[in-house]
Design a binder for this molecule. Structure first.
Ligand SMILES: [Zn+2]
Ligand SMILES: [Zn+2]
Length: 164
């Protein structure tokens, strides 16, 4: 058994991905090596793969980085049972990187400042932003609906990531 000669894995050498283009590019290159210790556990309808380390049981997800020419990359994910994962795989950090970059670009160009008025949306008690009748959340939602801002990426959000 060759496997017994090699009793450790390299999972600990890889950290959670920072949402930067360079970090994603680097991980795309590393993924072939990372995959050596991993065993495939499931595939989702949308082409995400669930992997587990044979040595330390760490779970990994393989997704395509669409803005990097659709190349595959691996990232660590929290413990989850396979059926739950099949229903809704984790959000891809590459998608989040692109989403966050476009949102930041928008906010650099448009400062959304609170006014003294209340948002016009029903049941919303947040302050409307200046020069508009909606609060920041609902204003952004509107822009996402008409396609002027990107939609939130699909998938289950997980530590250490947040949308805000
Ligand atoms: Zn491992
Ligand atoms: Zn509102």
């Amino acid at each position: 058994m060759i496997r017994q000669l090699n009793k450790s894995c390299t999972c600990k050498e890889y950290s959670d991905l920072e949402l930067s283009r360079d970090v994603i590019s680097k991980r795309i290159k590393e993924s072939k090596k990372i995959k050596k210790h991993l065993e495939i556990k499931s595939k989702s309808d949308k082409g995400h793969h669930l992997y587990q380390c044979e040595f330390c049981n760490q779970l990994w997800q393989l997704s395509s980085a669409w803005n990097w020419g659709g190349k595959d990359y691996l990232f660590k994910i929290p413990k989850i049972n396979i059926e739950k994962w099949n229903e809704n795989p984790f959000v891809s950090p590459a998608d989040m990187t692109i989403f966050t970059a476009s949102m930041n670009l928008y906010f650099e160009r448009h400062k959304l400042i609170e006014s003294e008025n209340i948002c016009r949306r029903e049941n919303c008690e947040r302050k409307a932003i200046l020069k508009d009748v909606l609060c920041k959340k609902h204003f952004i939602e509107n822009l996402q609906k008409i396609g002027n801002l990107p939609k939130y990426p699909e998938g289950k959000i997980f530590e250490p990531y947040t949308f805000e």
